[in-house]
Design a protein around this ligand. Sequence first.
Ligand code: TYD
Length: 264
Amino acid sequence: MNCASCPVASATMGDGFHTFMSSGTFISFEGIDGAGKSTHIARVADLFRQAGRAVVLTREPGGTPLSEKLRELVLHEAMDPLTEALLMFAARREHLVQVIEPALARGDVVLCDRFTDATFAYQGGGRGFDWQVLAELERMVQQRPVDDATTGHAGQAGYTPEANHTPHARHTREGGYPSLRQPDLTVWFDLDPLIAAERLASARVPDKFESQPAEFFAAVRAGYARRQAEMPGRFARIDAAQSIDKVGADVSRVVSDWLQRSAA
Ligand code: TYD
């Protein structure tokens, strides 16, 4: 498909990045600490920009001034597990309302360094916090804008609990709640926690999560595997133990393949 607004399309047609998309694209990047997501997220952003797409590069917890304040608290203060989970979701709600939904409504590409799968993996898997409670919080926080949930077009209306119960809601999402906002694609950098620990040992001063033992990260990894098993359609697992170039090539390929599939 040709994209008239894209100056580089003719030179590199055939990679999914040039695929015309009429609505926004939401991609999240996940993995245990030390899996090496950051470099690759920046590369994916470049590929989309070269293809003429507007990119919003953001992260969780964080992404808005308030959510960044919550990030500081949650990454550095000891707290009760429910408080930790609630703060993650509070930061997410703000991020969705202020940044992610408006960007998707504009048709932008949102690349998010971690999203809700991290809560299930870290608070659910790592901390052993109740999975069902997290699912309830997810349902509360990730209601899609009512116009989006009913017509497929993002609207200005904000979020309404009723959106989940409308008879017109599109049943396109996995996980039982069709009108929940989820990433369209989640790139999971999967890595053995022992390799991740070696990588982190030479890195900066660890935060609250990074200083956890390898067993914690084994449980986080199992949490990601459980999420993937629950929603296989949107997950792409990358073997993050490979060389940085191979990981980069795999990331480009899964994003490109997904773009082509979703445009077909
Ligand atoms: P990370 O994304 O790795 O950022 P940086 O590269 O700056 O360290 O750090 C965020 C940390 O927060 C990471 O250890 C995972 C954790 N986290 C949760 O525990 N739950 C969540 O819901 C999210 C989004 C992150």
